[in-house]
Design a protein around this ligand. Structure first.
Ligand code: SF4
Length: 359
């Protein structure tokens, strides 16, 4: 079963921790990008009917509802089993929720990151916990009760008490799905670059230690499990049967087509990727060229580093990796349950070490 991913790299602000190819871009480019997206979608020969659609970014909730409806109308298979739009809290009205539903959207992923105003303000996000709570009510009243909340463990100034305060809000709001990401530190975000340079801007000197962040993650796992929200992937938690059907395709290596700048595609054997820059992408489509920048055959080790992210693990022939599997079993990072190989709870915390070995 295949999926469709649409990338929309435009945002109202550039958050300090963000290392995606997204941000504040010219309005004129945003209009041309929408037309380029429509061109790319209309020029596609569909070898299958998609089961899921996912609009990510960036901030696709900025897309004008008429444009969104036009874009989704090009994709076969409506109503899809799941169609998600990522949204920045702060602009969701009953009218917008209705327009999303009319266009075929059935799930909303909210970029909350924290419910603590002080933490949000330091990252550049404008919303508050109260705004998130009110907008979740709007979504539920509009029939969009399948939603996700994103949280980040490791924001500047975060403490165990403030992390628990965010989790208190999660318990009150009872989301069907939650994603918990640990802060990524690399030179592609302003905060990451400042941390690597041992600077103080963006609260870099107030970022919790790695041990503290791992502790926050473990607290989340325990509290969510106690409230019936089960971890099914390293960063993703859901109530029964409410896992993200689209994102499961990435870890189960099912096919998907990506549209827009920096979007990736996979047909079961080959992966390809569009150009990263939105301006370059628009230029390619306006000149009736291909936006594809790179094409690669898949690596057999993918089965390990994608499938092992899932709580269910993998059911594959791992005989050519026997030595590594045995070593990690002895170290208590991998375990075999029936015919499946999976990470232990400790292995989840040290998963990068396991994946690095197989890659
Ligand atoms: S975190 Fe989301 S809203 Fe913030 S800049 Fe990155 S993509 Fe845009």
């Amino acid at each position: 079963m295949a999926g469709v991913y649409i990338s929309y790299p435009f945002c109202a602000q550039k958050c300090t921790y963000c290392n995606f190819a997204s941000g504040v871009l010219p309005l004129d480019l945003e209009k041309r990008y929408l037309e380029a997206l429509k061109l790319e979608l209309r020029g596609t020969d569909w070898p299958w009917v998609p089961e899921t659609v996912y609009l990510g970014g960036g901030t696709p909730s900025r897309i004008d509802p008429a444009d969104l409806a036009e874009i989704l109308a090009v994709i076969p298979g409506k109503p899809w089993a799941e169609a998600t739009i990522e949204a920045a809290p702060g602009g969701i009205s009953p009218e917008l929720a209705q327009a999303w539903r009319n266009a075929g959207i059935s799930r909303v992923s909210l970029g909350v990151q924290s419910f603590v105003t002080r933490e949000l303000a330091r990252t550049g996000r404008k919303h508050t916990a109260e705004i998130v709570a009110a907008e979740i009510e709007v979504l539920r009243a509009g029939g969009l009760d399948n939603f996700n909340i994103d949280l980040i463990a490791g924001l500047p100034g975060q403490t165990e008490a403030s992390w628990n305060a965010s989790l208190d809000w999660v318990e009150r709001l009872e989301p069907p799905h939650l994603s918990v990401y640990m802060l990524e530190v690399d030179a592609d975000s302003r905060l990451g670059a400042e941390i690597l340079a041992f600077g103080k801007r963006y609260g870099a000197s107030d970022v919790p230690s790695d041990d503290a962040i791992a502790g926050f993650y473990e607290i989340a796992v325990e509290r969510l499990a106690a409230s019936g929200v089960r971890r099914y992937e390293i960063s993703n938690f859901a109530r029964p049967a409410l896992e993200s059907r689209h994102n499961l395709k990435y870890w189960r290596r099912e096919p998907y087509f990506g549209f827009g700048s920096d979007a990736h595609s996979f047909d079961g054997a080959t992966r390809w990727q569009n150009v990263e820059s939105a301006a370059e992408y628009v230029g390619c489509l306006e000149q009736h060229g291909s936006p594809v920048a790179a094409c690669t055959a898949t690596d057999p080790a993918e089965t390990f580093f994608l499938g092992l992210r899932l709580e269910e693990g993998i059911e594959a022939d791992w005989s050519s990796y026997q030595e590594g599997v045995e070593r990690f079993q002895q170290e208590g990072l991998l375990e075999i349950k029936g015919s499946r190989l999976r990470l232990t709870p400790r292995g989840v915390l040290l998963s990068n070490e396991v994946f690095a070995h197989f890659v």
